[in-house]
Ligand binder design. Structure first.
Ligand code: AHR
Length: 334
């Protein structure tokens, strides 16, 4: 890797600084104190990591941001946080600014899969390693990023589809609330779900729209589904919990019982989803763990120390049903 070569000199000194930063006694300096860049080999200076986040569209996203910010603080590393506000152009601008600032590494949660080649080439030329968290990219040269730390979204969709097929005994009309257009989780969760229900010819997606992973949009789109569907809607498959929670509101406003009249399954397993399951309004949720901070920083540390890391680090997830809610809720972290 280019960055390994560029950064090989002095990595031992740098790693020592990093390790001191996360000693048991806490950070040597409070996070955010001073803005001195740690360049490899410059002992005594702090590491600076740029984090380009998608935005704050869901509770999952907020939990991921918090996890990364907390881990930076714990280690005493400076974190330059850029909220993309749901726009790829903002994220690209943030990356460019990180390169100009000469950050030590970049953590990127890419909003969509395509359109990253040029800016990633710029980062590579500057010798700055890029670590993807949560979502993947489609680039001509996969060496433009070091690794992707994420859940298997296709598997999540498949788990949701298989669960629903069982619940509906292989027969029913489904409406789908999709995530952001062009985003890896929206593409892959659809794919996995469709693969699973394809084994059941009497299961059909009768309506499918994007609700951008947002609760308010989920409610709006579900309202339209309820008004326009020809025939009964048996189930809602939402690509995230927030959209399902919005759909629940729309279903209730229509005078129907979510979880009973219409089955709902979504993805993320955030606290609010467990509350909805406890109330019997959501039937199941597939976990997608957003607490990626510790793993992301551990990976950055390895990369900056010149160690090899796997190209893909897959986060393991599971499915929760309404019956699990009561037990799981008290310890749910996000
Ligand atoms: O990329 C992960 C997805 O993005 C989460 O499922 C969703 O809630 C978020 O906005």
């Amino acid at each position: 890797m280019v960055w390994n070569a560029v950064r090989a000199i002095g990595v031992v000194a740098m790693a020592a600084v990093a390790l001191v930063g996360c000693s048991k006694d806490g950070p040597q300096q409070p996070a955010g104190a001073g803005k001195t860049h740690t360049r490899p080999g410059e002992a005594g200076k702090k590491l600076i990591i740029g984090f380009a986040q998608v935005g704050a569209e869901s509770s999952w996203r907020t939990a991921e941001t918090k996890s990364i910010q907390e881990e930076a603080k714990k280690r005493g590393w400076d974190l330059e946080f850029a909220d993309g506000q749901g726009k790829q152009a903002n994220q690209i601008m943030a990356l460019r600014s990180f390169v100009n600032q000469k950050v030590d590494a970049i953590i990127l949660a890419p909003i969509v899969e395509t359109g990253w080649d040029e800016i990633l080439q710029t980062a590579r030329k500057a010798g700055i390693p890029v670590i993807l968290v949560d979502r993947g990219v489609k680039v001509a040269d996969e060496d433009l990023y070091i690794t992707k730390i994420a859940s298997d979204f296709v598997l999540e969709g498949r788990m949701a589809g298989e669960w629903l097929a069982k619940k509906l005994a292989g027969k029913g009309s489904i409406v789908e609330l999709r995530g952001t257009e062009g985003a890896a989780p929206a593409i892959d969760r659809k794919k996995g779900f469709e693969e699973a229900i394809a084994k059941h010819p009497q299961m059909k997606i009768i309506l499918s729209e994007t609700a951008k992973f947002e609760r308010a949009e989920g409610k709006k789109v579900m309202k339209t589904f309820l008004e326009t569907a020809s025939g009964k809607i048996d189930a809602v498959y939402a690509h995230n919990d927030d959209m399902a929670l919005g759909a629940i509101q729309a279903i209730e406003e229509k005078g129907l019982k979510p979880g009973a009249d219409i089955v709902l399954i979504s993805i993320d397993a955030v606290k609010d989803a467990f509350l909805a399951m406890k109330d019997g309004k959501l039937n199941a949720t597939v976990e997608c763990n957003p607490l990626l901070g510790p793993l992301a920083f551990e990976t950055v540390q390895k990369v900056l120390a010149g160690q090899k890391v796997d190209k893909g680090i897959v986060v393991q997830d599971r499915l929760f049903e309404a019956a699990d809610a009561e037990k799981v809720l008290p310890t749910r972290e996000y």
